[in-house]
Write a new protein. Structure first.
Length: 334
């Protein structure tokens, strides 16, 4: 039997109804209007939903759970930019961030719980939040197609200070495939600083890390040293794969890590395009100081066995070899 117009209308209406928006109006840990309840409600509703914010008063507004928040088990967008006073970054990657964030998710009272937001489902987007002091990570993507964009991870809302107590964690932990951290749009750029381990830890496949400030202040003018002496900007683990940076200036990541901007484990694979901040250190077995390149020139790594050289003109892609460390402060991509 052919579907009637009425049947089609009912089906389309049902599909539209399944996508709900749950609004957080309270900074309390539980109950109506809280983030915890919004996640529970979204999990109970099949289909992609949105969590928005409308907390009264002057921000930033701090949500301080006393235990781990529920895992996210359905497709969901958590959008901190819906809060009054918040605004995304508009600056390109050769400048710092002018992001204004008004929702803070602080794990200091959670008793070592975490991560701050645990995305167990596919198609979870987290944007416009400050997330800090969670002991096992700010964001973890267990489901594919996760997106972390326009957040401050590890710092306070000012983007210039970090907690004095250890954040024994990474900023974003990617376990699944096709995750994106940052992006080429100015609004997608994350600030990821102040962690003991990696700003971004990748154990999945086809991850993309672009446009971020990592172990830097939001101003982009100076590093914000991570708490750990072994902290890397991006770590790609055995068997994982990632694109770090890209062929355009909009894909540039800026690193200020004390150890390495990018660390690749033995059996990992990552591709990027390279440009280095003048005077940065490249470590491959032993440290080596690179003299500042002239204006309009960039450092390129052409093959695993050839040394860095200065070239003018457009950037060409290069593959990071295994166990290569890019030390701070360094800029990867155009």
């Amino acid at each position: 039997m052919r579907p009637t117009a009425l049947t089609l209308a009912v089906l389309l209406c049902a599909a539209a109804v399944s996508a709900n928006t749950y609004t957080v109006t309270s900074t309390a840990d539980s109950g109506a209007g809280t983030l915890r309840q919004a996640i529970l409600d979204a999990n109970a509703n099949a289909g992609p939903d949105t969590i928005a914010f409308n907390v009264t008063g002057t921000g930033p507004h701090t949500i301080a759970p006393t235990s781990a928040l529920p895992d996210i088990t359905e497709a969901l967008t958590i959008d901190g930019y819906t809060q009054t006073g918040a605004s995304p970054n508009t600056n390109p990657t050769n400048q710092g961030l002018n992001t204004v964030l008004q929702i803070v998710l602080d794990g200091n009272a959670s008793g070592g719980a975490g991560p701050g937001l645990n995305a167990a489902a596919a198609d979870v987007t987290i944007k416009g939040l400050v997330i800090l002091r969670w002991q096992t990570g700010a964001i973890r993507f267990l489901g594919q197609n996760g997106v972390a964009a326009g957040n401050f991870l590890g710092t306070f809302a000012d983007g210039a200070t970090i907690p004095s107590n250890d954040q024994t964690a990474s900023g974003v932990v990617v376990v699944s495939s096709n995750a994106r951290v940052g992006g080429t749009s100015p609004a997608d750029r994350n600030l990821i600083s102040g962690f003991n381990f990696s700003g971004v830890q990748i154990a999945g496949s086809n991850a993309v890390v672009q446009g971020n400030l990592i172990a830097m202040k939001a101003s982009g003018a100076e590093p914000l040293p991570d708490l750990g002496s072994a902290s890397n900007g991006v770590s790609v683990q055995n068997g994982a794969s990632a694109l770090i940076g890209g062929p355009t200036a909009a894909a540039r990541n800026v690193f200020g890590n004390p150890v390495a901007g990018v660390y690749l484990d033995t059996n990992s694979a990552a591709t990027s395009t390279g440009r280095r901040r003048p005077g940065s250190t490249h470590t491959r077995g032993t440290s080596r100081r690179c003299s500042p390149p002239p204006d309009g020139r960039t450092w390129h790594r052409r093959t695993r066995r050839t040394a860095l050289r200065r070239t003018a003109g457009s950037l060409r892609p290069w593959a990071l070899s295994r166990s290569d460390n890019w030390s701070s402060p360094a800029v990867l991509s155009a």
